[in-house]
Design a protein around this ligand. Structure first.
Ligand code: GDP
Length: 419
């Protein structure tokens, strides 16, 4: 092998001389994924009658939403916003897909739609919470992923600009889901009206800083993918029509579409609407990217915020798994460190006290010694004075004559001397 110049990260590019086989890895992944099947969870949001069920059934070419006549009549009209979901296993060319469509009946149907986004946001977050709880389990071999991979937000074809409810909804949810705004029932607007409406929608979205899902190309994409992505991007927000019915074209072929007195509008005709581009992005080219974006960006952000709010800390940009055992171990270590600190403080205080006592004792010892010395000096001085006095006294005393000593001795006592 011959080494090429290293790149910026210091990793060298090497040329291989023969086939070793890892290029088969994508096929292995493909086989494994085909065997396991895929999950895809799609949420639809828009007021009732805007065409949600028709579009979903058209997109998957399956009756995901049953006909209204087949649905059991609800006892009471829905108050507020409800969140319901339905799953279907569909298969195409041997590839299994577990599709879950989450519907939000009641959204935008009330007179006051101020908090219509709230139950939907709660539902999305509760799915994140359920996933987080599973991740934190000791046994994580079977994690069921019910997180929403994308939300198709149906914009009413008013031709004006976004309504307050649209802006509020998108602003509240854009950091939690991959938003795909679409103009519903695009056949109700002329081509010119649609063009202007789309421009206004994008201006509003940009003005309000709303993030919507967009296909992005990178340096690894081939020119074809780059051009496909550019085309998809140019159609956002997709203006779509839905129809589960087949209509006859002038050439006699049957196609999905809507019939009008002046002609037919075909669902799968790029000249007529953006259905093909929406389907391409959602199901054919960016399904995995939507799932990745949910997992690595939206969920990861949510998880980070959630764990931080629970008092966890992030080390070197790497989050430790939220594991109760790890947490206990951390708490034990923190407690030990605290005890050690307390012990060290107590030892320091004790040593200081001993030192103080010692110096006090030393001081009193010195004082005693000084006092003793002083007294000794005084006593010695007194003694010296006394000695001196004694000497002087002795020196001043003359020897006593025997007479003086015995004045009556040798002298006859005159017995009459008194007379
Ligand atoms: P949902 O309540 O949002 O699920 O709306 P539906 O899918 O049940 O559609 C309500 C009505 O709108 C039905 O009569 C549909 O046939 C019609 N509809 C659905 N999609 C379109 C569309 O793209 N264009 C037009 N003109 N009508 C549509």
């Amino acid at each position: 092998m011959k080494a090429n110049a290293g790149n910026a990260a210091g990793i060298q590019k090497k040329k291989m001389q023969g086939y070793v086989g890892f290029s088969n890895y994508p096929n292995q992944v493909h086989r494994r994924s085909v065997k396991r099947g895929f999950n895809f969870t799609l949420m639809v949001v828009g007021e009732s009658g805007i065409g949600k069920s028709t579009l979903i059934n058209t997109l998957f070419d399956t009756k995901i939403f049953p006909d209204r006549e087949e649905m059991p009549p609800s006892a009471e009209p829905i108050k507020g916003v409800d969140v319901t979901s339905m799953s279907a296993d569909i298969q195409e060319n041997g590839v299994k897909l577990r599709l879950t469509v989450v519907d939000t009946p009641g959204f935008g149907d009330s007179i006051n739609n101020e908090d219509a986004w709230q139950p939907i946001l709660e539902n999305i977050e509760s799915r994140f919470d359920a996933y987080l709880a599973q991740e934190n389990r000791v046994n994580r071999s079977k994690i069921s992923d019910n997180r929403i991979d994308a939300v198709i937000y149906f914009i009413k074809p008013t031709g004006h600009c976004l309504r307050a409810i649209d802006i509020e909804f998108m602003k509240r949810l854009h950091t939690k889901v991959n938003l795909i705004p679409i103009v519903a029932k695009a056949d109700t607007l002329t081509a010119r009206e649609l063009e202007l409406f789309k421009a206004k929608i994008m201006a509003d979205i940009n003005y309000h800083g709303i993030q919507i899902f967009k296909p992005v190309s990178d340096e690894f994409d081939d020119p074809e993918t780059v051009s496909d992505n550019r085309e998809i991007l140019s159609k956002i927000p997709f203006a779509v029509i839905g129809s589960e019915k087949l209509v006859e074209r002038p050439d006699g072929t049957m196609v999905r579409g809507r019939r009008y007195p002046w002609g037919i509008i075909e669902v799968e005709n790029e000249e007529h609407n953006d259905f093909i581009k929406l389907r391409q992005m959602l199901l054919r080219s960016h399904m995995e990217e939507l799932k990745d974006s949910t997992d690595m960006v939206l969920y990861e952000n949510y998880r980070t915020q959630k764990l931080l709010s629970m008092g966890h800390v992030q080390d070197n940009n790497v989050f430790r798994e939220f594991n109760p055992l790890v947490q206990l171990e951390e708490e034990r270590r923190a407690h030990e460190a605290k005890m050690q600190k307390m012990e060290a403080e107590m030892t320091a205080v004790f040593q200081q006290k001993v030192q103080e006592k010692e110096s006090k004792l030393k001081l009193s010892e010195e004082e005693l010694y000084a006092r003793h010395k002083e007294m000794k000096t005084v006593l010695e001085k007194q003694r010296a004075e006394l000695d001196d006095k004694k000497k002087r006294a002795e020196a001043s005393v003359r020897p006593i004559t025997p007479m003086e000593q015995h004045p009556t001795k040798g002298k006859k006592k005159n017995i009459f001397s008194g007379f």
